[in-house]
Design a protein around this ligand. Structure first.
Ligand code: SAM
Length: 558
């Protein structure tokens, strides 16, 4: 752990650090970025969110080496840090290392930019836009206006940080940052990807197979952008590392995105497999899932332990049909099938699973009143989410979805029709079919989606999480390439014929077998060549293995 983390932990609890995105960088990464940024030893270097000065210490060390002298006088180091006591820990640390540096406590986003630095280096905070206060939101809007780059409300603080940081660079300057891998994939970062390619003469990325940032759930990448306003870039130099030990000798490749703002996540996929995927789209055989229907989040109760009831619990409290709503049990393991039927729901009920949501429809009954009073005694009314709604016990409930989509996946996403017509919690997304898609076609969508092209598409549109899971937000799920309704209608007979075999494979959790069965139907119908499908399959498998490998990396509890 970094210098001072024990000291910081004492005065700065984990929850508070998380709220402002305070996860400190491993020294190997800070050293790598600093030694890339410091070239002569007399540069002016800015660290906009310096934490306990890991990057600044490393920059001073590099400057000493480059200047071949005992002092770091030649280099000018400036750091900003929002958190006063962290800023003071940074000052102490730099003093202990004999480094001269100005550490300014305050919000970097509020600082008027001056193009005065040769390099900006660091690891900005990852804090969701929704968690920002009014003043920071205003600063983000101003930065967006000044840079001419759209910043959506879905963003996280790291994106305006990067934009603002570039405004401090002199022409030809360098930006070296640790960023979440969502830079490569998410739609809201498209304008930033475009901006980086347009504004820097050379863009490099460093990616890791293993998880190198044990405290952070999300995968990280290193961005090294050189030559600010000295030209633009068409290709990215990609350094692939297994772990930190490979930083000195990575595998190097060149990646040319189709368009600057387009996703860079194709980085991990072979060009041939992406071409096959695109071909399916261009033929009209595949379409984004959003063309089938609307995708929405499930209900957020605020305290599942209270709101979700088994049949026995509902009976014990004497709750009647008007007090509870039939619910798909929390979790998603039971939805790794093609349909969730009334029979499945009956079995879940007999199994004692949570099959009811406490949600009185009109005036609560006597029994419901007693249950509400119990909730108040147990402090549920004051829980986050409950205290912000009125009455606290009425959970906002989206309409019953036509199908469920699993969004946290070890293998790939699974769609499952909701034949039991039960409500949905936020452990899955809901799919609401558009009008005009026939029932006979709708029911085949889950089966048709178990194919190599969709699995590859999921790896490209989704986000790999530190735990090795692939996550799909509703907007990402809407982009998932799936067989188009016309293709499913055209091969309905063949799909029905393989259905029992696919069901059996899913029961055994043999997803590869299920995908092979469906591929065989689709290959014949799309006119795609087998080699293309084989490419997509092996590429999806490689990307999945890459995710899983990261989940095996050791975890450090902060
Ligand atoms: C991810 S940590 C990285 C710290 C340091 N750069 C490192 O890599 O070890 C982000 C830091 O930014 C600070 N921070 C958060 N919001 C900030 C803001 N608006 N201005 C300056 N610092 C901020 C946090 O307190 C935290 O120390």
């Amino acid at each position: 752990m970094a210098f001072g983390s024990t000291l910081a932990a004492a005065s700065d609890p984990h929850a508070a650090r998380k709220a402002r995105g305070a996860f400190f960088t491993p020294p190997e990464i800070a050293r790598f970025i600093a030694s890339w940024a410091v070239r002569r030893g007399d540069e002016r270097i800015l660290e906009p969110a310096c934490g306990e000065a890991e990057f600044l210490v490393e920059a001073a060390r590099c400057a000493r080496e480059r200047a071949a002298g005992p002092s770091a006088e030649g280099v000018a180091l400036v750091g900003y840090e929002l958190h006063e006591s962290t800023a003071s820990a940074a000052r102490d640390r730099l003093a202990a290392e004999g480094v001269r540096c100005s550490i300014l406590a305050g919000d970097f986003l509020g600082i008027e930019p001056q193009a005065a630095f040769d390099a900006v280096i660091g690891n900005p905070p990852y804090v969701r836009f929704q968690s920002l206060g009014g003043r920071q939101r205003e600063a983000v809007s101003r930065i967006s206006r000044q840079s001419g780059v759209a910043v959506s409300a879905l963003t996280s603080l790291w994106m305006p940080f990067v934009l603002h940081a570039t405004a401090f660079l002199t022409q030809g300057g360098r930006l070296g940052m640790v960023l979440p891998a969502e830079l490569l994939a998410v739609n809201y970062a498209a304008p930033l990807r475009q901006f980086l390619m347009d504004s820097f003469a050379a863009v490099q990325l460093v990616t890791f197979e293993e998880s190198v940032f044990p405290e952070v759930q999300e995968e990280v990448v290193l961005l090294l952008a050189d030559g600010w306003q000295r030209g633009s870039s068409k290709a990215i130099t990609w350094h692939q590392c297994n772990g930190l030990d490979d930083l000195a000798s990575p595998r190097v490749a060149s990646y040319r995105p189709h368009g600057a703002g387009r996703r860079w996540s194709g980085l991990f996929a072979s060009r041939e497999s992406l071409q096959s995927l695109e071909w399916l789209g261009a033929q009209g055989a595949f379409a984004p899932l959003g063309q089938w229907g609307r995708i929405a989040l499930g209900a957020v109760t605020g305290r599942n332990g209270y709101f979700v009831l088994s049949e026995k619990e509902a009976r014990r409290w004497g709750l009647g049909a008007g007090d509870v709503t039939p619910l798909c049990p929390p979790g998603s393991k039971h939805l790794r099938r093609l349909s969730y039927t009334a029979d499945d729901h009956r079995l879940a009920r007999l199994d004692g699973r949570g099959v009811y949501l406490f949600r009185p429809q009109g005036e609560p009954s006597e029994a419901a009143r007693r249950y509400i009073e119990q909730g108040e005694r147990d402090g549920v009314a004051a829980a986050y989410k409950c205290r912000t709604r009125s009455p606290w016990w009425r959970v906002p409930l989206p309409a019953v979805p036509d199908a469920f989509i699993t969004y946290m996946n070890a293998y790939g996403p699974n769609i499952c029709t909701n034949e039991a017509s039960v409500a949905l919690l936020n452990s899955c997304h809901g799919l609401y079919f558009h009008e005009g898609i026939e029932d006979g076609v709708r029911e085949l969508l889950p089966l048709a989606c178990l194919n190599s092209a969709t699995m590859l598409g999921a790896e490209v549109v989704g986000r790999a999480y530190g735990g090795g899971m692939l996550k799909l937000e509703p907007r990402e799920a809407a982009l998932l390439p799936v067989p188009a309704p016309s293709l499913v209608a055209a091969c309905a007979g063949e799909l029905r014929a393989v259905r029992p075999y696919v069901e059996r494979a899913l029961e055994k959790r043999d997803f590869d077998a299920a995908v092979t069965l469906v591929d065989a139907v689709l290959i014949a119908r799309t006119g795609a060549d087998e080699a293309g499908y084989a490419q997509m399959k092996s590429c999806a498998t490689l990307m999945r293995l890459r995710r899983k490998k990261r989940s095996k990396a050791k975890k450090v509890t902060p």
